[in-house]
Design a protein around this ligand. Structure first.
Ligand SMILES: C[S@@+](CC[C@H](N)C(=O)[O-])C[C@H]1O[C@@H](n2cnc3c(N)ncnc32)[C@H](O)[C@@H]1O
Length: 237
């Protein structure tokens, strides 16, 4: 496996495990909000799901188009965002909404409200969000102590690129307030971002052993606070 691909699969293995098992019952109508270039969307389409990607970026949608064409798969790319999601895909039109790496840069209350509207009753949302305490640790380890301190107290990073980082309690409260029932939480990239990339790329068997370790801790709450991201599955009533 090429090392870039290898790193990608180490970073997403835990999310894929959970998604594949949640969607194992047959083809679903999936909306990938902020789905970007289609890393998740194309693979879900490969598994037979009907997938629509909603993203504000024309460049990302163009890349998605090329990617799905190369794979000979149909994935609709729709230009839109959190604010016009309901108009773009239609209310009650999805069994599953993916919202991976997006909640950090939008109004999360509005996003969950709109996601709830496009889901059918009992529909599933899959959220991936940046986890605050791993970001505090990363900044401290890089010597950026004032930034680490500010983030610890809940301030959003000053660079404006990475957006808001969530704590476990924060994401749980947001979902509860939006009326979703949480069904699973996973810590994602507990160790991966801390390990030198060269070790994973060069050492035979290291990537597989790291994935194995990530899987082993993914559902252990004591590791959630070390995870770079949290993955949460939740159902609307
Ligand atoms: C970090 S990328 C994540 C891409 C993909 N979901 C993934 O997990 O690989 C964030 C994506 O959110 C999109 N985005 C930015 N602002 C958005 C908004 N207001 N509503 C929906 N998507 C947005 C960006 O264009 C980008 O494709």
């Amino acid at each position: 496996m090429a090392s870039r691909e290898q790193r990608g699969s180490v970073r997403t293995a835990v999310v894929w495990d959970a998604l594949e098992s949640a969607l194992a019952d047959g083809p679903r109508d999936v909306v990938d909000l902020g789905g970007g270039t289609g890393g998740f969307a194309v693979r879900l389409a490969e598994s037979g799901h009907r997938v629509r990607v909603v993203d504000p970026s024309p460049d990302a949608l163009a890349a998605l188009g090329r990617r799905s064409q190369e794979a000979d798969l149909e994935v609709s790319g729709l230009q839109g965002d959190v604010t016009d999601l309901v108009d773009v895909v239609g209310a009650g039109s999805a069994d599953v909404v993916l919202c991976h790496g997006v909640l950090e840069v939008v109004d999360p209350v509005l996003a969950l409200d709109h996601i709830g509207q496009v889901l059918r009753p009992g529909g599933l949302v899959s959220l991936v969000v940046g986890q605050r305490h791993a970001a505090v640790l990363a900044r401290a380890m890089a010597g950026n102590f004032p930034q680490a301190r500010a983030l610890l107290d809940g301030a959003d990073p000053a660079d404006g690129r990475t957006g808001h980082r969530f704590t476990v309690a924060e994401i749980e409260n947001l979902l509860d307030a939006a009326g979703f029932t949480r069904t699973a939480m996973h810590g994602v990239r507990v160790f991966t971002d801390l390990v030198p990339a060269a070790l994973v790329d060069i050492e035979p068997g290291a990537a597989a052993a790291l994935v194995d370790l990530e899987r082993a801790v993914a559902e252990r709450p004591e590791y959630f606070h070390l995870a770079a991201q949290l993955h949460v599955l939740a159902r609307r009533p």
